[in-house]
Design a protein around this ligand. Sequence first.
Ligand code: NDP
Ligand code: 8X3
Length: 250
Amino acid sequence: MSKTALITGATSGIGKATAQILAKNNYKIILCGRREDRMAELEKELSKLTAVHTLLFDVRDKKAVSESIASLPEAFSTIDILINNAGNAHGLDPIQNGDLDDWDTMIDINVKGLLYVSKAIIPQMIERKSGHIINIGSTAAKEVYPNGNVYCATKHAVDALNQGMRMDLNPFGIRVGAIHPGMVQTEFSEVRFKGDTDRAEKVYQGFTPLQPEDIADIIHFVVSRPYHVNIADLVVMSTAQASSTIIKKD
Ligand code: NDP
Ligand code: 8X3
């Protein structure tokens, strides 16, 4: 029987590419995100390959998160794989110039949102004594870079939560692991720079960055390992990147 994967942040970037590769490999997919038009388009595309269900919610809205997940039809209600991917950076400023709303947004989405979604799904995994949670961290979960302050703090929190979940869910045989990408060319920088596409494009110029499909391929590899194999913590960078701040440019 094919497994069901719930992917947050499936309307774009890493989440969308992951939904595409898992659909091609016959996983049933629950797409989550806020942008209805994109979700409908992706649902149409992937429905040709597999069974797809969409859930529209903002991960910051804990009531919407729990109600949406509780509303899943029976065919999708058993979630084998949770991919906690929704997240973004908002702003890139020294701490003294940071915007309080940007800080709230990042903490609410990247940390609290991940917790709300996990809280809604973990009980059924505990009951079945099986399940797989993949948390998308970042190289920013492992090192801090100048002006990255709060974004890096939220991703360090994801790293801590990944470890904590793995420990607490260990008695129930649930797999928990994180993938920590370096720079991936998605809408990430457009969001960070609030729609300034010129500035966003410059982030990926002069070297070959990771593409969302590179991370999606790895997620597929991770979920398709035999059940006794848990890839617990994986950092992935483009060959041109050695750390958050060391990038070999042409
Ligand atoms: P994108 O901006 O392309 O995608 C972000 C996704 O998150 C979108 O599908 C968006 O959907 C969803 N999302 C954002 N805010 C919310 C919200 N409040 N509620 C629900 N969904 C939300 O970026 P990436 O694909 O690059 O980012 C995916 C993950 O990868 C993030 O956690 C990011 O931190 C991480 N990452 C990215 C890297 C990069 O360089 N790109 C490197 C390392 C980690 P919608 O707007 O429709 O809700
Ligand atoms: C996204 C990668 O380097 O912009 O997590 O923080 S970076």
